[in-house]
Design a protein around this ligand. Structure first.
Ligand code: NAD
Ligand code: UDP
Length: 310
């Protein structure tokens, strides 16, 4: 198949490009390089199955494709809050452009939605049936509400125009090719520990997250895209739940060195807990994550050791 990946030069998009090309597909990677990097896809340049297009998803585009994975959107809080109006446009106008293209060329279209649609959840763990607890006017709203509006658009295009959609809600995912200055917690802690700096735990560090290794997630993406039972939304993530203090201690244990833990103020609207209910993914896809946190952290540390040395 010919497959368009918006945000294909980013962390998740570049891993997805690798896997799809390994399976014999052709990939068109569309990216404006806001948080994506050519280095993530350098090894694919020159491969006849790979095309790179520098383009912004908010400007219309047209490709004859069979599948569209819509991943274009900064995912890290510092990056999506850098230009919140642009973040909202990327989510909403980007979704409209992908859906319009899917409608025209009859492609199946996948939306990389997020656990942020649950906000600071009152239901724990979060099943897909939970409607969420989201602040509509806070610092995180450009991302959370942008992704919620994108989900709405996906389901309206599906109901009104019969567009063949797939919607995934991704819980915190980590691994090689995150930017050293990405700002998300796993890369922050590992880079800080490798540089001998103190690990910046926001607040007391009692808030929880569930961390999925990138290979597991991408496997879930592809299984979900190619099944015909449901259109979603479907949670994908690792249900192991850890406090940020536990994560910091694990990183310190694995990296060694002299770094300590330091506390910084908790950002506003920071969700207190998050853990996916993945029963649906287990039932429909026979999918569950295989890489435990400790092992995934080791692989990510090895990646950053090399990346920081270059
Ligand atoms: P990332 O920041 O590494 O990748 C996003 C990519 O989109 C980058 O290559 C960036 O340059 C590109 N991009 C941003 N705005 C664009 C625009 N207007 N036009 C074209 N390209 C644009 O982040 P990621 O972790 O790879 O996330 C990929 C997708 O998955 C995002 O939509 C994100 O919201 C979603 N997601 C990720 C996670 C996670 O934990 N990694 C969790 C939930 C949802
Ligand atoms: N966090 C932290 N130190 C950091 C970066 C993040 O303690 O250097 C915390 C953050 O406050 C949040 C959790 O780690 O509670 C996950 O943050 P991240 O930005 O990775 O993802 P999100 O909040 O979007 O789930």
């Amino acid at each position: 198949m010919r497959i368009l990946i918006t945000g294909g030069a980013g962390f998740l998009g570049s891993h997805l490009s690798d896997r799809l090309i390994e399976q014999g597909h052709e990939v068109i990677c569309l990216d404006n390089f806001f948080t994506g990097r050519k280095s993530n896809i350098q090894h694919l340049i020159g491969n006849p199955s790979f095309e790179l297009v520098r383009h912004d998803v908010i400007d219309p585009f047209k490709f004859e494709v069979d599948r569209i994975y819509n991943l274009a959107c900064p995912a890290s809080p510092p990056h999506y809050q850098y230009n919140p109006i642009k973040t909202m446009k990327t989510s909403v106008v980007g979704a409209i452009n992908c859906l319009g293209l899917a409608k025209r060329v009859k492609a199946r279209v996948f939306q990389a939605s997020t656990s942020e649609v649950y906000g600071d959840p009152n239901v724990h763990p979060q099943p897909e049936s939970y409607w969420g607890h989201v602040n509509p006017i806070g610092l995180r709203s450009c991302y959370d509400e942008g992704k919620r509006a994108a989900e709405t658009l996906f389901f309206d295009y599906h109901r009104e125009n019969g567009v063949d959609i797939r919607v995934i809600r991704i819980f915190n995912t980590y691994g090689p090719r995150m930017l050293p200055d990405d700002g998300r917690v796993v890369s922050n802690f590992i880079v800080q520990a490798l540089q001998g700096k103190d690990l910046t735990v926001y607040g007391e560090g009692s808030q929880t997250r569930s961390f999925c290794y990138v290979d597991d997630l991408v496997d879930g993406f592809m299984r979900f895209m190619e099944q015909d039972k449901i259109v979603g939304p479907m949670n994908l993530g690792n249900p192991g739940e850890f406090t940020m203090l536990q994560l910091a201690e694990l990183v310190l244990k694995k990296v060694g060195g002299k770094s300590k833990i330091t506390h910084l103020p908790l950002p506003s609207d920071d969700p207190k807990q998050r853990k996916p209910d993945i029963s649906l993914a287990k039932d429909v896809l026979g999918w569950e994550p295989k890489v435990p946190l400790e092992q995934g952290i080791e692989k990510t540390i090895s990646y950053f050791k090399t990346a920081l040395a270059q």
